[in-house]
Design a protein around this ligand. Structure first.
Ligand SMILES: NC(=O)c1ccc[n+]([C@@H]2O[C@H](COP(=O)([O-])OP(=O)(O)OC[C@H]3O[C@@H](n4cnc5c(N)ncnc54)[C@H](O)[C@@H]3O)[C@@H](O)[C@H]2O)c1
Length: 341
């Protein structure tokens, strides 16, 4: 079968991983690239001398292609989605799909009307640790899960060369750029949807970010789960502290590293039993599996995973946190959903 012809839009930090992963996939052929930044174009041209490289998607959209991968900042993707839909290209968009729920919901409808797949790059779902935690819960290893604590404490120096710069000035960078992964994981692993959220977002005095980098939230889910969430980009030291604990009627599960370290225990067991995880190269293995899933969907071999429509639920959680913090009050997810209909 001929490879899936892929256009990659946005050649910044995240695209480095995607270029590597796409090149290694025999079912994918990179056919065009674009980025308005001349330095990004030059560097791409050195590695891909034979393919068109434009400054804007409209310059390369005439290239014969099947799909587009958006590695652009989440704000201002309207035209990229519009143009891709008009050309009938399936879309794999980096998370978050947009930087507000109304735009994201519009993109989902645009893709549905155009009959193209709109998939969001939620790579953490494809980690073995995530799959194993989901399995443990589904098989009832700890009975019925009823509450959890999710902690993500990181010192993220947003001025470092290898990191993107737009989060330094965006509203609520922690929520839109980072918590989006965590909220998606909660929905995915607990297999449930959010109902209401209490939250407080703020910045510590020493922050280098314009928007809030600290998020404290109490999230209630449909299946009765309550999760106590704390995420921050401006605390701690190296390495970051990732700790996700779930309490069930018969025991607990803990994940103590972002890419692994899963263990669990029944109520009266004093030692946690580690779960054996398959070998994993951070960022690469997860993106590789995600891309395989996208190709299978585009080829009609597998149902879509991480759809834009599904992703809206996680975006509603972000927006609910913002509103809850502004109001100092509980916010129902239903109120946020109503903003998009
Ligand atoms: N899934 C993950 O683990 C993960 C990790 C990092 C970043 N991301 C996501 O990837 C996306 C990109 O982040 P990044 O770190 O690469 O940011 P970045 O700022 O490093 O790169 C974005 C690139 O897009 C280019 N760009 C801007 N507007 C464009 C346009 N209209 N057309 C084409 N190119 C355009 C910029 O010039 C820049 O080179 C974001 O949505 C981010 O949240 C995901």
């Amino acid at each position: 079968m001929t490879p899936l012809r892929l256009i990659i839009v946005g050649l910044g930090a995240r695209a480095k991983t995607w270029l590597k992963v796409a090149e290694a996939n025999a079912e994918v052929e990179i056919v065009a690239l674009c980025d308005p930044n001349p330095a990004a174009q030059t560097s791409a041209a050195e590695h891909f001398p034979d393919i068109p490289i434009g400054a804007d998607i409209t310059e390369i959209i005439g290239t014969d292609a099947d799909a587009v991968l958006l590695c652009t900042p989440p704000g201002g993707r309207e035209r990229q989605i519009e143009v891709s839909c008009a050309k009938g290209l399936d879309i794999l968009a980096e998370k978050p799909l947009a930087d507000n729920v109304v735009a994201a919901a519009r993109y989902v409808e645009m893709a549905a009307s155009a009959g193209v797949h709109l998939i969001v790059g939620l790579n953490f779902r494809y980690l073995n640790v995530t799959q194993e935690m989901r399995n443990l819960l589904a098989t009832g290893a700890i009975g019925t899960p009823e509450f959890g604590r999710f902690t993500y404490e990181r010192w993220r120096d947003g001025t470092q060369d290898w990191l993107n710069k737009y989060p330094l000035t965006m509203d609520h960078p922690m929520l839109w750029e980072q918590s989006i992964h965590h909220f998606d994981l909660m929905r995915y692993v607990y297999n449930t949807e959010p109902v209401q959220i209490q939250a407080h977002t703020f910045n510590p005095s020493w922050t280098m970010y314009a928007g809030d980098t600290n998020v404290s939230a109490l999230i209630a889910f449909q299946n009765g789960m309550t999760v106590n969430y704390q995420g921050t980009w401006q605390s701690g030291h190296e390495p970051m502290n990732f700790n996700w604990r779930t309490d069930g009627s018969e025991g607990i599960i803990v994940q103590r590293e972002m890419f692994g370290d899963l263990a669990w225990a029944k109520r009266l067991q004093t030692d946690l039993a580690p779960v054996t995880l398959s070998k994993h190269e951070p960022w690469i293995t997860d993106a590789t599996t995600l891309l395989k899933s996208f190709v299978s969907t585009c080829r009609g071999r597998a149902p879509p995973e991480c759809t834009g429509r599904d992703h809206l639920q996680s975006l509603f959680m972000l927006q609910a946190c913002i509103l809850a913090s502004d109001r100092s009050a509980t916010v129902e997810i239903e109120e946020i959903r109503a903003l998009t209909t």
